[in-house]
Design a protein around this ligand. Sequence first.
Ligand code: GLN
Length: 496
Amino acid sequence: QQDNGFFGQPAGLQTLFFTEMWERMSYYGMRALLVLFMTAALQDGGLAMNVATATAIYGLYTGAVYFMGLPGGWIADRLIGGQRATWYGGIVIMCGHIVLAIPSDTSFFLGLILVVLGTGMLKPNISALVGQLYDDGDDRRDAGYTLYYMGINIGSLIGYLVTGYLMENVGWHWAFGAAAVGMFFGLVQYRMTLPKLGSVGQDAPKPLSDNGRRLSWMIITAFLVGLGVVFVATSTGAMTIDPVAIAQYVAAAATIVFFVYYLSIFLFGKLTKNEAKRLGALFLVCIASICFWAGFEQAGSSLNLFARDLTDRMVGTFEIPTTWFQMLNSGFLIALSPFFAALWVNLTKKMINPSYGFKSALGLIIMASGFIVMFFASQAAASGMKVSPNWLVAVYFLHTVGELCLSPVALSAVSKLAPKRMAGQMMGIFVLTYSIGSLLAGLIAGNLDPENTSTMPDMYMQITLFGIGVGVVVFFIALKTRKWEALAGQPDPEHV
Ligand code: GLN
């Protein structure tokens, strides 16, 4: 008897859907005001930082959040299991937001560190747990991830609305506090509905020996103590750190770690031939994901500036706030998710089962075609007149359709193609593609200057051609990796 207790999906999805929804509410709600808070003047309650430092800290923070997913996934696989990792991660995140709500410089940085550590534990593991709700042959997986992804975006939309309102009408620290309350709701509902998960993620799938455990805990403790020492040293002024330099370092480290870790799994992961082929197919999806986010993440930077400086945001006497454009993505995503979830289920029923590689290529190409729209929009803006907001609406629509083809599907691919004993780590590796993509997005956006509109159309055309080009290459390679993907769930006689 198939468990279909949550919109035709396993009942455990309800637990994970709402927990991740609240976690993302706190994450995006807080993230939306981070740069604004850091750069606001002291008399306005901000930290009065210059823009370069604030954006470097922002980049460092978002990079670190996803970077820590790798150790977080490993801890679940080898030490505590996904359920506990999600729970403790959530508690640490909530503590981080509580600390952020206390107005002082020291508490600000401590709060950020806690959110980074907690998210590293929670994010990859909760996403890996979703996949474990399905048997190998269960073809509801892609649709299940699409529904889960909708939860992510309901959370981000609530986050933007609530913290945006509180920030403007009550005060910064109330907005940070709201993020803590959101995570608290997430934890309460996680605890209450945990039985729906059953034994999924209860234990580490490949636990270490006793000695290995002891050593690992010692290393983790040493890392935390080291972090604590650096924190105290910097907050007392005994040591100074340069966030701009560290931000660059973390970005490079994420890229190197991604490739080295992937390679070392091939070399030392005791993979069977089938497992190696499946991980080869997954590698293609990861590369597509990096390129996808490198375009998509322009939302916060170059597209945001385009909205602020070059878009006619007046409707009668009302001026549309720039931040509302960011919410278009969440809004479109929520509206379109049910359609995509149904599409994947129907295609499978009709035995048309597009491969993960194919869907990733499609997502990339649709996202890139959003930049064709930007090409025309920026040409119109180059004439000196502010352009209609409809351009950006069309861009965000295409970006969201691309996101739905690629992003939830890629999560599903990780859960299906990675060996079960490495479920958390592989999700951690995948989450690194977010970091690398955002880093590239930052570099690309650095070349787009809203003051200098004449060079913009060319830049956007280059992004379009690059995205479509990579998409086409991924498409052709996917013709090959499709066969490797099909090995998932098949008996693996040489399993070690
Ligand atoms: N919106 C998605 C999430 O929060 C993807 C995040 C990202 O930056 N790639 O899970």
